[in-house]
Design a protein around this ligand. Structure first.
Ligand code: NAD
Length: 330
């Protein structure tokens, strides 16, 4: 399959690019190379005959039309986005433009190309989204996000992603575009941009700096290894039912404090610190405004319909992640 991946120089997109090429797919990586992109993330496949790179912005419809016509993809995986909740609180405008208008441009460019090609049956538009569109859950472990959970986004980031999800569904209902959607829980793993919690903690721990945790550290996230997310995304692309959403999660709920404590324990073993534990560096900082209390995914649909399961536990995945940062400090 020839897959046009947007945001393929970012964290999730690059994992998709690497895995798709390893499985023999052709990939056109379309990325504007914003602050969070890094072409080193795809260095392992950059010399493959299956790989093409186009530096382009999803806000630029003309560029997208040219790219669709030049590369004639069989499928799109739309992963380009502004992705950091804190930045969306400081400056929401970029989130509206890239996540909403950019998705609109991708849908229109894909629809124009697909129509021009005679509406081939096999064409797919797979939109990558987040569990944050569902809002915040109470602590009750029996309550989880399903695909039927009503949208209730709370941050500019999650609201922009929710808007993009609605557009994608509308392009299916209204224009018949063959779409798929996935909403995934928090990812972690190699190549994560060092503004997100896990790389922040690892790098600050190694630098001997305070390890900042919002509020009292009780916020719960459901952690998934990024390479397992990429595997799920390719599976949904190949076998998912058109027009359907799939929730993807690791069934690995941890409070932020538990997560950071685990990272410190792994670092204590892998790079022992003279005179104490890295956990001694933990500090609690003023909470993020509107900080969602808990996210948890019920992944029954993707498990039962497509047979998907994560391949690693959070402990194994965190160990691999810490090792990757130790091996790639630069
Ligand atoms: P990221 O910030 O690491 O990567 C985003 C990529 O998109 C970057 O390479 C960036 O250059 C590119 N990009 C940004 N604006 C662009 C534009 N206007 N035109 C073209 N390219 C642009 O983000 P990520 O964590 O890899 O997230 C990717 C997608 O996965 C997002 O849609 C996000 O909502 C979704 N997602 C992420 C997670 C997670 O935990 N990281 C979880 C669920 C869903």
């Amino acid at each position: 399959m020839r897959i046009l991946v947007t945001g393929g120089a970012g964290f999730v997109g690059s994992a998709v690019v690497r895995l798709a090429i390893a499985r023999g797919h052709e990939v056109i990586n379309v990325d504007a190379l914003t602050y969070s992109a890094c072409l080193d993330n795809v260095a392992a496949v950059a010399n493959s005959s299956l790989y093409r790179f186009e530096q382009a912005d999803v806000r630029n419809r003309g560029a997208l039309d040219r790219i669709f016509a030049a590369h004639r993809p069989d499928a799109v995986i739309n992963a380009a986005a502004e992705s950091h909740v804190d930045r969306s609180i400081d400056a929401p405008g970029d989130f509206i433009e890239t996540n909403i208008t950019g998705t609109y441009n991708m849908l229109e460019a894909a629809r124009a190309y697909w129509t021009n090609e005679g509406k081939p049956q096999h064409f797919r538009f797979h939109h990558i989204s987040t569990d944050e569109v569902f809002g915040s859950l109470p602590p009750d472990p029996g309550l989880k996000f399903t695909e039927e959970t009503p949208y209730d986004p709370r941050s500019p980031y999650s609201a922009s992603k929710a808007a993009s999800d609605h557009l994608v569904r509308a392009w299916h209902e209204t224009f018949g575009l063959k779409v798929l959607l996935t909403n995934c829980s928090n990812n972690y793993g190699p190549y994560h941009f060092p503004e997100k919690l896990i790389p922040v903690i690892i790098l600050k721990a190694l630098a001997g700096e305070p390890l900042p945790i919002y509020g009292d550290g009780s916020n719960i996230r459901d952690w998934l290894f990024v390479e397992d997310h990429a595997d799920a995304l390719l599976l949904v692309l190949e076998r998912g039912q058109i027009g359907r959403s799939y929730n993807i999660g690791g069934e690995n709920e941890r409070t932020n404090l538990e997560l950071v404590t685990t990272l410190c324990a792994i670092l204590d073993v892998k790079r022992p610190k003279a005179g104490g534990s890295y956990a001694d560096q933990i500090t609690f900082v003023t909470d993020r405004p509107g900080h969602d209390a808990r996210y948890a995914i019920d992944p029954s649909r993707i498990r039962e319909e497509l047979g998907w399961r994560p391949s690693v536990t959070v402990e194994e995945g965190l160990e691999r992640t810490v090792q990757w940062y130790l091996d790639n400090e630069a």
